[in-house]
Write a protein that binds this ligand. Structure first.
Ligand code: NAP
Length: 292
């Protein structure tokens, strides 16, 4: 079994980005600038946004965190997005999800200028990803693709099973793994809560990407010997062993599955840090433009 070390790989990528920022500054250009909008004060969202802002500082980006009250109307939130769209000093914008129930996430996502949509959630960017036109890839799937690439995991002709079909993880993941490229060229099965015989489907997977948000759901008996297992899940579970009173659990029963797998991501230290690295990479792309 080989550990897919997302923490180390993320640090490597951040180092590469920091070097590129130095070049940009030497050319007399301004620092890349990421803005994040956080609505309300959900604990997990605070943690994620805080980590993104700290990562910006580390690589030499400017960052702006806009905190808005959770009573804000959809109209006023979209007006805030518009302001950033118009601000030439800001290269990338993310609106941390989830948003309060009275706000339609799609309407807000659609309001973001596609060339600043570094989360890759705008329908225009999702369409481009689907058609394999250079665009911002959503950060979590992009992070998984990058890990597969850097660890040189074979994907061609493999059976890839994705558990979960969310717009931000499972669905784009299935599209990327099926693309005619490397990583890609997999035969993909996209599964969800209505899938029948999930255990049998998983047992035939060469690559398992698990993103359903249920701690330790994927058990050893669902995994083929030698499979690659990517655990996207992060759930806070109560713990009396930590100061915070909770710890993070993945969707994979790591201890039991690790011995059976050829490659596996840990939680924490796997997909999570890669997500942040790819968000920074997307922001740099917003500055430099796409390779076409
Ligand atoms: P989500 O929007 O809640 O979607 C969950 C998906 O799992 C849905 O498609 C659902 O099916 C499916 N599902 C639920 N129970 C299932 C079951 N028993 N069998 C098969 N499929 C089942 O979740 P998400 O946003 O994709 O996030 C998934 C997990 O990844 C969460 O733990 C989240 O915190 C984590 N996450 C981590 C990162 C990171 O950076 N590491 C980033 C994003 C998300 P239906 O569609 O049929 O309801």
């Amino acid at each position: 079994m080989q550990l897919l070390d997302g923490k180390q790989t993320s640090q490597d990528i951040q180092q590469e980005i920091a070097v590129q920022v130095e070049h940009i500054l030497k050319e007399g250009k301004k620092k890349p600038h990421l803005a994040a909008i956080l609505v309300g004060n959900d604990g997990a969202s605070e943690t994620y946004v805080g980590a993104k802002v700290r990562a910006c500082e580390k690589v030499g980006f400017d960052s702006t965190l806009i905190r808005l009250d959770d009573s804000i109307s959809q109209e006023n939130l979209i007006a805030e997005v518009e302001k950033i769209n118009q601000n030439d000093n800001i290269d990338g914008l993310i609106v941390q999800l989830p948003l309060p129930a009275h706000i339609d996430e799609l309407s807000v996502t659609k309001a973001i200028y596609p060339l600043k949509d570094v989360d890759g959630f705008h329908p225009e960017n999702v369409g481009k990803m689907t058609l394999n036109i250079p665009t911002f890839l959503p950060a979590t799937p992009a992070g998984i693709i990058e890990l597969i690439k850097r660890y040189k995991i074979e994907t061609e002709g493999k059976h890839c099973v994705v558990i979960g079909r969310s717009n931000i993880v499972g669905l784009p993941m299935s599209i990327l793994m099926a693309r005619n490229s490397y990583p890609g060229n997999c035969t993909v099965t996209l599964t969800h809560s209505r899938t029948k015989n999930l255990k049998e489907i998983c047992q035939s997977a060469d690559i398992l990407i698990v993103a359903l948000g249920r701690p330790e759901y994927l058990t050893e008996d669902m995994v083929k010997e030698g499979a690659t297992v990517i655990d996207v899940g992060i759930t806070r579970v109560k713990s009396d062993k930590t100061k915070s009173g909770w710890k993070l659990k993945g969707d994979v029963d790591y201890t039991a599955v690790a011995d059976k797998s050829s490659f596996i991501t840990p939680v924490p230290g796997g997909v999570g840090p890669m997500t942040i690295a790819m968000l920074l990479k997307n922001t740099l792309t917003a500055v430099n433009g796409f390779d076409v």
